[in-house]
Structures are given as C-alpha cells and as structure tokens.
Design a protein around this ligand. Structure first.
Ligand SMILES: Cc1cc2nc3c(=O)[nH]c(=O)nc-3n(C[C@H](O)[C@H](O)[C@H](O)COP(=O)(O)O)c2cc1C
Length: 346
C-alpha cells in the first residue's frame, strides 16, 4: 500500500458513519467502547446554527476523550458560516472537520445544502476553501473573531463540560462526505471536482441523491471514485456485516469504509463479532449502559423517547423479543428499562 493516511491512521480505516438522530454522544461512547472503530463522526450540525448557537445546538458537538479521533461534521450552504464552524471545531479540539455534501433529506437539500451541492460545484468548492481558511485562521490566532458573545459563552461552557484544556493550535484536516451524483451517477466528474480542492479524504456513499436510501449502494461507482484520485476514499453504503466490510474494500480498492445502519444496536460489528454470536445477556448489559449514558447526557425526561429506537435494535432474535420490545417502548426511565430486562440477567 502507498503512504496514504487519514489522520495518523493507516490502511484500512473503519469508521462509524455520521447519522443524525442516532450517533449522539451516548451512541458514540458505546460504539467506541464495544466496537472501537478507528474513526468517529458527530451527527451533522448546521453551520448557521453553530455560529449563532446557544448551548442547545452545540450539544451535537459534545464528546468525551474516549471517542477520539473524532470528526465534527457540518452542513449548510453559506461559505462564511463554514468558516466560523471550522474555527469552532478547532476550538473544541476535534481531530478533523467533515463537510456534508451527501444528505438527501428535503429540509436540507431543498435549500441547497447537503447532496444538493452536487448541483452547484462552484459553491461546493468555495465551501471547502472557506472551511480550510477557518482552520488556518484559527491556527494563526486562536480567536473566534466574528462570533456573537452568546456563542462564545456556549463554547466555553461546552469546553468546561467536556473538559477540553487549552491545546496546541494544529492544522486539522478538512474532509468531505458525499454521494455519487444528484439524479444519475456522475462519479468521476463530481469526485474530480471535490478532489480538486484537496480535502484530506472523501467518504463516498454509493447512491445518488434521488435514490435516497432505496435500492442498493453501487460499490462499482465507489471504485471509480477511488481510481480517479490519490486522495484516500472511504467507501460507504450497505455494509451489514464485517464480511461486507472486507468485500467493499476488495471491490472498491478504497482506503477504508464507514458503517452506518449496520451498527444499530450492534457496536460489535466493528470488531468482526456477529450480532448472533453476542449473548443476550451481553446485549442487555450494553443496552442498559447505553441507556444510563444517554440519561446522564440528556437528563430532561422529555428526551427519553429518543432512546426508545435503540431498544428495538438491540432486542431481537430470541423468543419473546417482540413482547419485551413492546414493554420497553413504554419505558420512561433507566429504572423501568432495568426492571423489564432484569429477568434476562443472572
Ligand atoms: C438516520 C440516518 C441519519 C443520517 N445522518 C447523516 C448525517 O448526519 N450526515 C451524513 O453525512 N450522513 C448521514 N446519513 C447517511 C449515513 O452516514 C450513510 O452514508 C448511509 O446510511 C449509508 O451507509 P449505511 O448503509 O452503512 O447506513 C444518515 C443516515 C441515516 C440512516
């Protein structure tokens, strides 16, 4: 293999893909602890929201040191706000900044952000340049010039909460995560455009925006991306098992891969352990730990509903799973979850 690297990671790099509403700090903590992926991304976070943020928006950027190396993912369409968001990521000691050019969701793409940037390549390039400039300026002076006091205070509060100490001002990499086209695959053309801005790596989900999450991810298109650039490519889409991971590396020749949905209720996938081979007791213990962590980080009782989807992902594949899931879906606290699952633990 060549001397390519992502951060200080060598071939092959296996990461947890960013998933809004799923890969929050509790999910990342559990995934790192039980799966130990090489690389982890935050959920995508809006650049304007960040730049004018109070504490609630910055919450998406909560992490703990165990999750490192961790990449801050940002999205939007205004270069000047990418500039500010990049500085915030530096200030919060993230290991890299990733630009989302792949989200197909209506509320994101219809405003020209996410995967819609595939249609505006000049703007996409400006955004990469502005993000890099934000990093460079932060390294030069360590200042968050241009941000409102409210945002600066919220950043300080988050720094205290997660224990970020003053750190060396280093140029952190800027990467891009994208798809293979808007309505039809235009992989070579689009990936060349992105590559012309020299991002540190490019994550490629083998679907177009139009496909949303339907059909199959086209790994052969990802291979085309790998072949037209020397920049490391992370292949993504439909890795459901560790064997799929090995296969996607073979098929695409990529430098590594990202797993998204395959990690639902299954942090073990990153270690090559099959979900079926993990005992029910272990799954339940991890689910309870995940729930505790979630509540620790989200103490507002109203937030608990967000935890429920995870119950369905861990609790499956055994007699009585359906009934247990139904009970769990009515739970409102860690104690209730423990009570329901207690019978499975010795
Ligand atoms: C619920 C959900 C939320 C997602 N949120 C993001 C996101 O915030 N940023 C991003 O780049 N991709 C996001 N994605 C896309 C995934 O990172 C990944 O590219 C896609 O799911 C394909 O990989 P998979 O088949 O391994 O899940 C999301 C996907 C899902 C299912």
């Amino acid at each position: 293999m060549s001397n390519k690297k992502i951060l200080n990671l060598e071939y092959p790099v296996l990461g947890l893909s960013p998933m809004d509403g799923v890969t929050d700090s509790a999910y990342r903590y559990i995934t790192k602890k039980y799966g130990n992926p090489d690389l982890i991304f935050t959920e995508f976070t809006n650049v304007i929201g960040l730049s004018v943020a109070g504490h609630h928006v910055l919450k998406d950027f909560h992490y703990d040191k165990s999750q490192k190396p961790i990449v801050a993912q940002i999205y939007g369409k205004d270069p000047e706000y990418f500039y500010h968001a990049a500085k915030i990521a530096c200030e919060l000691n993230f290991d890299a900044v990733d630009i989302n050019m792949g989200c197909p969701a209506k509320n994101v793409a219809s405003s020209g952000s996410g995967a819609a940037l595939i249609k505006t390549p000049e703007l996409a390039k400006e955004i990469i340049a502005a993000t890099k400039e934000g990093v460079r300026h932060w390294v030069e002076d360590g200042k968050l010039t241009g941000l409102p006091t409210k945002t600066k205070n919220a950043i300080k509060a988050l720094e205290n909460e997660i224990g970020i100490e003053p750190h060396e001002r280093q140029m952190i990499p800027v990467s891009v995560k994208t798809r293979i086209g808007f309505s039809e695959p235009i992989t070579e053309q689009w990936i060349s455009t992105v590559a012309s801005m020299n991002p540190a790596w490019i994550s490629v989900h083998g679907r177009t925006l139009k496909q949303m999450y339907l059909g199959e991810a086209n790994w052969l298109e990802i291979k085309k991306a790998v072949e037209i650039t020397d920049i490391p490519v992370l292949a993504n889409g439909d890795i459901k098992t560790y064997d799929d991971y090995k296969r996607i590396l073979e098929v695409t020749g990529a430098f590594g891969a990202l797993i998204g949905r395959g990690s639902y209720g299954n942090p073990w996938i990153f270690k090559g352990r099959k979900f079926e081979d993990v005992s029910l007791e272990e799954k339940i213990k991890v689910l309870i730990e995940h729930t505790r962590k979630f509540v620790e980080l989200n103490p507002d009782p109203k937030a608990f509903v967000q935890m429920r989807k995870h119950f369905g992902w861990y609790i499956k594949g055994f007699d009585g799973a359906k009934e247990t899931r139904e009970e769990l879906m009515r739970a409102n606290s860690t104690e209730e979850v423990e009570l329901i699952l207690g019978e499975f633990l010795h």
